[in-house]
Design a binder for this molecule. Sequence first.
Ligand code: PEP
Ligand code: MG
Length: 595
Amino acid sequence: MRDIHKEEIILKGIPVSGGVALGEAQVLRDPSFQIVRRQIPASQIQEELARLDKAREKAIGELQGDKSKAIKAVGEQAAKVFEAQVMIASDQQFFQAVADRIVAERINAEYAYQEATAATLDRLMKSKDPYLRQMVHDIAAVSDRILSFLLGVGTGGENGFANPTILAGRIFSPGQIMAYAKRNVVGFLTEEGGPTSHMALIIRSLGIPSVMGDFSVGEKLVAGMQLIIDGNSGDVIINPDIETTKNYRRMRARKLTQPFGVLLNARSIAAVCRDGREIALAANLEIPGPVDEHLVRLRIGVGLFRTEFLYFNKQTFPDEEEQYQVYSAIAKKFNPLPVTLRTFDLGGDKYAEEFGKVHEDNPALGWRGIRVSLDATRLFKTQLRAMLRASAEGNVKILLPMVSDVGEINETLELVDKIKRELRRTGIPHNDGIAIGAMIEIPSAAMSADYLAQKVDFLSIGTNDLIQYTMAADRGNFRVAKYYLGHHPAVLQLIHMTVQAGHENGVAVTVCGEMAGAKLMAPFLVGMGVDELSMNPTRLPELAEWISRFRYSDAKRFASRVMRLSTADKVMAALKEAYDYVDKLKQGDWRDEQP
Ligand code: PEP
Ligand code: MG
């Protein structure tokens, strides 16, 4: 047993997802880092073999449970993945070989098991047969389950952890987050993955508080400790005392701990400047979530639906019918509000562990987004067909991620036309005039925005990536966070070029990166003429209220002044000055002088 100090300690981290949570710490280390080879005495061999058997039985039990649940929830087809995994976990020959090695070498079960699995995965990865390569994901998923039982950090069983849990670790993949969110995990504490990382996006969309920082997870911060994490301030309180705990409970009783609290209680949300200009607002969604019905009630559509999370949820590509079901459900729910479905943006940090073995030296500069889609045409066609079919059910738009050249748009439009012809021939309803947009998140796209705008119906600036590619600073790497500057003149210039190109071609421009939800940037983006801001739903009420405090005409002057500033520091100073100014204003209390 570790010595758990009882003294209250407050650590400062970086807020990643709003809200406050209280729970017991569990530390999840990436098993591949943690497993060491241990020599065991002969007397312990039987015990070790029993441990292996038990872990395997538990995994099979869990998989069978998941399979039945999946059949109920999504049908037989979706449950096939679990069937394959049960077969893998039942492979007698494989487990006999592991057992033989434990006996022969007198080693611990997790080490023997991991070695055998790694060898199998290695062989499959090298295979030319796509079916065998596809099995890699299933084997890895089974291995994760069995190892987690062997290591004693099991998924917590059917009903999850016994107590509300704050899960701490280096970083979590979207798949892990989705799984643990259902298992009584009320907060995430990580050492890596900044506020614009994909991990952060998915945690936020689930409304779970999260903080990132250097907390010596596994050493000073250990399993079993009581924690309060504040995803708004970044505070992490270890061993909270009675008074702190009482305060937390009072906040919780008043719903102040919930990130979605304000949105759920809002009566209407609109971003109308004092001189009448309205900026359209939209929501970024990753999964059908707890706020959808409130967005519909507040007349807010979806500016970005990150469809790759369908993949993360299952770790396999959903077929046309499954995708159609999801897309048409959301289109119907929001109709007539727009629902912007973005095609899969896989690659980069979105492969996380599922594709961990497809090695690219620079994944962010690699095979990602539309590049993957255009190479894997069957996959792309399936997705586009599902989206087109869903367009008959509501106001669906299609958005293409990671575009770097007009040729990619041409190729996609040809494919879309071909699918439309097929649908027409077979009498399948769809919206023939469906709007298709391009994400502007690579400098080359911003610089060719004029050509792109001539081909598409709308542009959407993804600042999360645009910043990382312009500044050469990984969005999830805290070591280079100081270079990841959304307010750098180069980034602002690219936003400016995009808005101008869009408007010259009669095409609306949205900002859908995290910048859209930042109060500090709002006067600049509004003044630049951005038509729509699409953001995490939790940010909507505050942004709308903030924008309603100032005039568009003033924001326009402010933006053109900022565009003449030569350094990020000067821009930051101007943004802060404007922020302080707007901060002092209450609605209906505008003074005419301006910063
Ligand atoms: C972006 O890059 O700003 C964006 C919205 O896309 P994602 O965060 O999914 O990469
Ligand atoms: Mg992006």
